[in-house]
Design a protein around this ligand. Structure first.
Ligand SMILES: Cc1cc2nc3c(=O)[nH]c(=O)nc-3n(C[C@H](O)[C@H](O)[C@H](O)COP(=O)(O)O)c2cc1C
Length: 146
């Protein structure tokens, strides 16, 4: 599938809805909720089985994903503000958290589930990307806007 050409149009997200996806340990999409389908512009069938980089926006620095994978591969959470690319080239900003599922016997990661909310404008206005890793910051951020 051809990667869309970015256009200068931001999709405004409903602050009350979550974009949820689940991947295998390698980031291949296994589940996409209705809101992910709606906002990304892809059908469920187009998303399932694809790498999550299907919504990767070229503006996003590689280092963000490196940090993200370094953490989630160790089953550690990270909160990442990410600019994503929809199928029509539009973009949307989300704040994402991850939840790993571990094999109870081997303790290996079986899957990752990502929960995303609309990112507050102040989180991407100046720098574009904001990462925070502490539990306290995570709680504080997550409880905003509810
Ligand atoms: C559960 C999960 C959710 C992810 N969500 C996104 C996402 O919303 N946007 C994104 O660009 N990458 C997301 N990624 C990271 C991608 O797998 C990938 O590392 C990233 O898009 C960079 O792609 P690249 O390594 O091909 O440059 C997610 C990974 C996982 C495991």
């Amino acid at each position: 599938m051809q990667h869309p050409t970015p256009i200068d149009h931001q999709i405004k997200l409903n602050t009350k809805r979550y974009i949820v996806s689940k991947t295998d340990a390698n980031g291949i999409i296994e589940y996409a909720n209705d809101y992910f389908v709606e906002i990304s512009g892809y059908t469920e069938a187009e998303l399932i089985g694809k790498p999550h980089s299907i919504v990767r926006h070229p503006d996003m620095p590689k280092v963000v994903f490196k940090m993200m994978w370094d953490r989630i591969n160790k089953a550690q959470n990270i909160m990442a503000v990410v600019k994503n690319l929809a199928k029509d080239g539009s973009y949307y900003w989300v704040v994402t958290e991850f939840e790993p599922k571990l094999d109870p016997i081997t303790n290996e990661i079986i899957s990752h589930t990502a929960f995303r909310k609309a990112a507050p404008a102040r989180s991407y206005r100046y720098y574009g990307t904001y990462l925070c890793q502490t539990h306290r910051d995570r709680k504080r951020w997550w409880s905003r806007g509810k």
